[in-house]
Design a protein around this ligand. Structure first.
Ligand code: PAN
Ligand code: ZN
Length: 193
């Protein structure tokens, strides 16, 4: 039975044009310094931190619900454009703690790629662009990369009990990186690193 007082119906305003959640209850900000260990060129990241004034990489805007089965967590994820060396700005990426939980990303603004991988080594990418929906199946780690010139914004929704496992990706990374090659985004194998 649904607990009648668990969470009351509510509404949230989203500025679809600019991809912002108005008056979010929680905002997570990841700056360049939070991304140490993630990029292929750590020196380029340090230069960005020192000379670029440690810029914001991405923000996640939320009005959270209880992290219990039956609820849906959702957020606006806004990833800035930029390069660390030749690698496009990206999110940390994670598996969901509860492996059986999927996620939907509806892209509202910008251009990018959603990198996804399984524990058994399968790795693929889906294009992100305004109006494109990317389905992240259960068991697939996911990371977005901004390959465009404007902020990459998505609306994400997933089972509220999913939780986030960052540690595995911090250790393993992804088998592929999104690099600028001859001025264009390209998926490049990370095997040679
Ligand atoms: C998204 C991500 C968001 C930021 O809401 O949390 O894009 O990426 P990281 O969490 O990898 O830093 C999501 O996938 N939630 O489950
Ligand atoms: Zn997720």
């Amino acid at each position: 039975m649904v607990e009648p007082d668990a969470v009351r119906p509510f509404g949230v305003e989203i500025d679809l044009q600019n991809g912002r959640m108005l008056r979010p209850e929680r905002t997570t900000v990841r700056r360049a310094s939070d991304m140490r260990g993630y990029y292929a060129d750590p020196g380029a990241l340090e230069r960005l931190i020192e000379e670029g004034d440690n810029p914001v990489h991405y923000e996640v805007f939320e009005t959270p619900v209880p992290e219990t089965p039956g609820n849906l967590m959702y957020c606006i994820s806004a990833l800035q454009p930029g390069l660390v060396g030749q690698e496009f700005f990206m999110t940390k990426g994670h598996y969901h703690e509860v492996k059986e939980t999927a996620e939907l990303y509806l892209c509202l603004k910008g251009q990018g790629l959603m990198l996804m991988k399984t524990e058994t080594g399968d790795c693929t990418a889906e294009a992100m662009a305004r109006g494109r929906l990317v389905y992240v199946p259960p068991g697939w780690a996911h990371r977005s990369a901004n390959t465009g010139a404007e902020t990459l914004v998505s609306f994400c929704v997933y089972p509220a009990e999913a939780g986030h496992n960052y540690g595995d990706i911090e250790q393993e990374g992804f088998p592929k990186r999104v690099l600028r090659v001859n001025g264009r985004p390209e998926l490049v194998s990370a095997a040679a690193e």
